[in-house]
Ligand binder design. Structure first.
Ligand SMILES: [Fe+2]
Ligand SMILES: [Fe+2]
Length: 264
């Protein structure tokens, strides 16, 4: 299925899955135990990536080679902090269990985050640009799948979060292209083509891992409950159909999709 890049429209009723046509869920009191556990787990995992992202980007706010690079890094940090705060508030709607999970996330530091890609530091400006190009596009697909979610507060949060993530991914793609095509920019970054290719090999398999296991029962339940639009494997295939032509248009060769993968 093709993915629209239009601004989202939030409906009052559930749009897909077993609850289709029902009024969307606003509070945990309206949820079955299975729905509640699925929504809670999903928001917890999402929130983890936002707080971890701020930790990854923060040291780089004033390191970019241009003034605009520095401004965009500050904006990305602000966006990720905003997304973390939105997710934090969503977690706190789940009573003491959600509040405990929200507090748990504030304690975690690099090496303790849920997903591998968010435990890795950026080694250079080139590395950061490739993270935005590959990983923020993953994040955009994850958030697109939550647009119009059956959990109404999550659907409303997506109206702001989806465009933020698109901005991060576009910044990454623009900067990777410029590193390859503008010798002055590459020199200002102290970067070579080999550095760009090494960064691609670092982030590409981690980006594919971040969609999760293709056999995940949790992923299937999230789609069935209308919380998420697409499952892990479907999202991963949509991403591959998007990122590979993008990389090839820059003269880069994406690794095979199963290369150096840790989650299949
Ligand atoms: Fe994010
Ligand atoms: Fe992002």
């Amino acid at each position: 299925m093709s993915v629209s890049r239009d601004a989202s429209y939030v409906s009052r009723s559930v749009q897909w899955g077993a609850l289709r046509g029902m009024r969307k869920l606003e509070t945990e009191e309206q949820m079955t135990p299975e729905y509640r556990q699925t929504a809670l787990k999903l928001v917890y995992a999402l929130a983890s990536t936002e707080f971890a992202s701020v930790e990854q980007h923060q040291p780089w706010i004033n390191q970019g080679p241009t003034a605009e690079d520095r401004f965009v890094q500050a904006q990305i940090c602000a966006d990720e902090a905003h997304q973390g705060m939105e997710d934090y508030r969503l977690l706190c709607q789940f009573g003491p269990e959600g509040e405990a999970l929200a507090r748990d996330l504030l304690q975690r530091r690099r090496g303790q985050h849920l997903l591998e890609a968010f435990n890795l530091p950026f080694d250079s400006w080139v590395d950061l640009c490739m993270f935005c190009c590959t990983m923020d596009l993953v994040a955009w697909y994850h958030l697109k799948a939550l647009e119009n979610s059956s959990f109404a507060p999550l659907a409303r949060a997506m109206t702001a979060m989806v465009p933020e993530e698109r901005f991060h991914a576009s910044f990454g793609a623009n900067r990777v292209r410029r590193l390859l095509e503008d010798p002055d920019y590459a020199a200002a970054c102290g970067a070579t083509r080999a550095d760009v290719e090494a960064a691609l090999r670092k982030w590409y398999p981690r980006a594919l891992d971040t969609f999760g296991s293709s056999q995940s029962r949790f992923s299937a339940a999230a789609v069935e409950f209308g919380i998420r639009r697409w499952g892990n494997e479907e999202l991963r295939q949509m991403y591959l159909a998007d990122i590979n032509p993008l990389l090839e248009s820059m003269g880069l060769t994406p690794p095979p999709p199963d290369w150096d993968r840790h989650i299949l």
